[in-house]
Design a binder for this molecule. Structure first.
Ligand code: PMP
Length: 296
């Protein structure tokens, strides 16, 4: 359960009980998936709770709304402040934070005049667990960037992620790996992909993937650690001959990949670049010095 009788959510400038908050069944977002959201994590640090990369997430939320013509004029700072207040009111330290911008009742396909924002938070462990993942290449591809705004985190896009996840789990795998519509490696249903070959790290370039905030953090950490990273378009065959691989995302953090369609990566996880970056990421999210974050 994500909430109890005492849980508060933020709704349009007010804190209200989650159990009493309502929305309209004629809401455009519910019918057409026309809304935007974020997934953020907060961590307990020595100097208190820190919302990791809060500004980056709220900037992306605003950008997602703008990209699909949803009028949403909150400032990033207002949203960051509301998030800290929400966590405090709910006594949450380590938490997952979910902001959702949703539209007014409107059965037409015209853009809305008014939108609402809700932010809720709950304790949530590692999304994909902590064991190495067994992936399968999905029969679903990521939506074509000319069909949607791929860099926006839009509610409706996640039907693609849900279909891919269900298919992978039905086939007995932990998670899916999706290609783009040209057959290049893209991303997971909710995470970005990196792989290692001969001491170099590779990741699909931006354009056909969600620009992950964790991906950007991993790129910064790799640079700090002196690890060379290449970004490009890679076919699945390149991944199949890689030494090791990992997914990264806010919910999943950094998580190793054991195999793709039963083909195991040869390098032991503990010796991989992914493991090094996983450790660096764990240190960073708990770090009260905010080395790489521009947040707060
Ligand atoms: N790709 C997709 C499709 C996602 O849903 C997510 C999760 N937001 C990611 C990548 C990783 O993004 P982030 O690191 O910003 O959470």
């Amino acid at each position: 359960m994500y909430y109890n009788n005492n849980t508060l959510i933020y709704l349009d400038g007010k804190f209200v009980k989650a159990s009493e908050a309502t929305t309209d069944l004629y809401c455009q977002t519910l019918h057409y998936g026309y809304g935007v959201f974020e997934g953020i994590r907060a961590y307990a640090t020595e100097t208190g709770t820190r919302v990791f990369k809060a500004k980056e997430h709220y900037n992306r939320l605003k950008n997602s709304a703008a990209l699909i013509n949803i009028p949403f004029d909150y400032s990033t700072q207002e949203l960051v402040d509301a998030t800290y207040e929400l966590l405090e009111k709910n006594n949450l330290n380590d938490a997952y934070v979910r902001p959702l911008v949703f539209c007014d009742p409107n059965m037409s396909l015209a853009r809305p005049n008014n939108v609402s924002i809700m932010i809720c938070a709950w304790e949530w462990g590692a999304y994909l667990g902590d064991k190495r993942l067994r992936l399968t290449v999905s029969s679903y591809c990521r939506p074509h960037p000319r069909s949607i705004k791929i860099e926006a985190k839009v509610c409706g896009h996640y039907v693609n992620s849900i279909l891919a996840t269900n298919e992978a789990k039905d086939k007995g795998f932990d998670e899916a790996l999706l290609l783009d519509s040209d057959g290049y490696l893209a991303e997971g249903p909710g995470a970005n992909l990196f792989f290692e070959k001969n001491g170099v790290l590779f990741t699909p370039q931006l354009g056909n993937i969600l620009p992950g905030i964790t991906r950007a953090t991993v790129l910064e950490l790799a640079e700090k650690l002196g690890v060379e990273v290449k970004q490009g378009l890679y076919k699945p065959e390149v991944l199949v001959s890689a030494d090791s691989a990992f997914f990264c995302g806010t919910a999943a953090e950094v998580i190793g990949i054991e195999s793709v369609d039963e083909r195991k990566f040869p390098k032991s996880w503990n010796e991989s670049l992914g493991r090094k970056l996983q450790e660096a990421y764990s240190r960073l999210i708990r770090n009260s010095e905010k080395i790489l974050s521009t947040t707060h």
